[in-house]
Design a protein. Structure first.
Length: 532
């Protein structure tokens, strides 16, 4: 039975066409996956259902929920509908949660706002029950806990609890697993499927990754440039892929860049028995001091020209180890050498060592100052030189760096907000590349990108590695990315490397149970789809 029916939805914002004749359905108790890249209109289609459109919007067409046209409702009726009949799960839980309010108060607030006759005590009791439904039992996660005291997956569960507290008919999930590691992502997807089965609600699952919805969606809708280019039952879509754009998405999902893969024998980075401890709060005032071991005797080599992957769940110690390698955090045991020279934390790290290693972060927009032009941002690493380059040298190096990542030299005069997400990541790579480092650490550098943009960035990294003899330490929770771009891979758990070896060998014949669990949890396309 159809719960949501969208007929001929169009949308203009300040006269600019955004959506064109979008039609789709979500069945009661069914899951519809809405797939497309950034800018395809997925989220605005969802916001049209909630009637949460920006100022200057001019929608047309029908949005029918249980046969009732939402577009005809006044604001008071829409407020009653939101939360009670339709709820939404947003992509980033930390921006959806209030950091100064407890999780119990935030879930209870949803109930009190949309069910005003409920008492505060009843709302908190219902909040506790809902949190337990999403896997956060009160004995382990009391209502008094704050969002910053929880992991990313746990925070996403709180957001889901807020969305389902009143058991809505329709649940919209907008990229709910993009930033999560593979096991947490699998848990969240299983949770959503279970809630649909238990409550009989409809689920509109919005994502840019076909693999995420491949084994959970009943129907697939593929969008491009504000239009639906293909839709139908999931098995039919994955089996046929009649539209060129759909096939392009499929190919990009499994893209493997071409790499020369000629690594030298000499190690560039040597990590030997590294230990990193953090002090913990005393249990009571006179109690003994306690330490938490985040990195426990980790050892490995990274050769010149080699690409090494580091995978593991959130909290396993990947980022802590990275900070130690960069000389940002001290270590309590072991040794780190870069180019034969010992890396020590703090100001004692030489400029020469700093020049040899650069970082590309997960969020390029957050790692740039939006007030500065691209030229200044990309040239920031020049402060590591004892002699600053002359103006003409600087301009030449800047132009070469931007052109090497597929941008234009005159892009240096623009601001970062004028670029797409993929272009911003290219700018981040240009900044890392401009002083010709030997080692680039990529910390979840492609996890938030669309599959086609991700394929382009991986091709770019492979090409740059071959041209400039770069070594990469590739940190990611996306196993498909690690498999496609690395020569060797290390698997980290609870601060230790539990398995390491040639990438193909580790993925094809994993020896450790934890590695097998990571591979099993990773979303993958159906076999019949991968063969098309």
């Amino acid at each position: 039975m159809t719960l949501l029916r969208i007929n001929g939805l169009g949308l203009e914002i300040h006269g600019t066409p955004i959506l064109r004749d979008v039609s789709l359905e979500v069945a009661r108790g069914g899951i519809t996956g809405v797939i497309g890249e950034s800018g395809s209109g997925k989220s605005l289609t969802a916001y049209s259902v909630m009637q949460l459109l920006p100022e200057g919007s001019a929608p047309r067409g029908e949005v029918l929920l249980d046969g009732r046209d939402i577009a005809l409702l006044d604001e008071a009726a829409l407020c009653r509908m939101r939360g009670n009949d339709v709820s939404m799960i947003f992509q980033e839980p930390m921006t959806a949660l209030n950091p100064v309010r407890t999780i119990g108060d935030q879930v209870a607030e949803t109930i009190l706002i949309h069910a005003p006759r409920t008492s505060r005590r009843a709302a908190r009791r219902r909040a506790a029950e809902t949190l337990e439904r999403v896997g956060l039992p009160g004995d382990q996660f009391p209502l008094s806990r704050y969002p910053h005291e929880m992991s990313g997956g746990q925070r996403q569960r709180v957001v889901i609890a807020m969305a389902i507290a009143l058991r809505p008919k329709l649940l919209i999930a907008d990229e709910p697993t993009t930033a999560l590691d593979v096991t947490t992502q699998a848990q969240i997807l299983d949770l959503l499927k279970g809630l649909v089965a238990e409550d009989g609600m409809g689920l509109m699952m919005i994502t840019h990754d076909l693999a995420v919805v491949s084994d959970m969606a009943d129907d697939i809708v593929i969008m491009k440039s504000g239009e639906v280019v293909e839709q139908g039952p999931a098995r039919q879509i994955f089996g046929a892929m009649t539209h060129p754009y759909s096939r392009a998405l499929m190919e990009a999902s499994g893209h493997v860049p071409e790499r020369a893969g000629a690594a030298a024998d000499a190690p560039l980075l040597e990590v030997r028995d590294v230990i990193r401890d953090y002090p913990m709060a005393r249990r009571h005032v006179l109690g003994p001091s306690r330490m938490f071991r985040a990195v426990d005797r980790v050892s490995f080599n990274l050769a010149k020209g080699e690409s090494l992957g580091l995978v593991g769940e959130s909290g396993c110690g990947k980022s802590t180890l990275t900070r130690a390698i960069l000389g940002l955090d001290p270590i309590q045991g072991g040794e780190i050498r870069l180019g034969g020279e010992v890396v020590t934390a703090g100001h004692s790290v030489s400029r020469e060592q700093r020049r040899k290693m650069q970082v590309v972060f997960q969020d390029p927009y957050g790692s740039f100052n939006p007030r500065h032009r691209v030229g200044r941002l990309v040239c920031e690493p020049f402060h590591l030189f004892d002699r600053q380059p002359r103006s003409d040298e600087r301009d030449t190096a800047l132009a070469n760096a931007l052109e090497s990542v597929g941008l234009k030299a005159d892009d240096a005069n623009k601001y970062i907000h004028e670029f797409s997400g993929g272009q911003r990541q290219r700018i981040a790579i240009a900044r890392a590349l401009i002083i010709r480092p030997e080692l680039i650490i990529l910390d979840e550098a492609v996890s938030a990108l669309d599959v086609s943009i991700r394929a382009q960035i991986l091709d770019l990294l492979a090409d740059l590695g071959d041209r400039f003899g770069l070594s990469y330490l590739f940190i990611s929770h996306d196993l498909s990315v690690v498999r496609s771009i690395t020569d060797r891979v290390m698997v980290m758990k609870s601060g230790r490397i539990v398995e390491a070896g040639e990438t193909a060998q580790v993925f094809d014949t994993p020896a450790h149970a934890y590695t097998r669990s990571l591979i099993a949890a990773a979303p993958r396309l159906p076999d019949h789809a991968a063969a098309t």
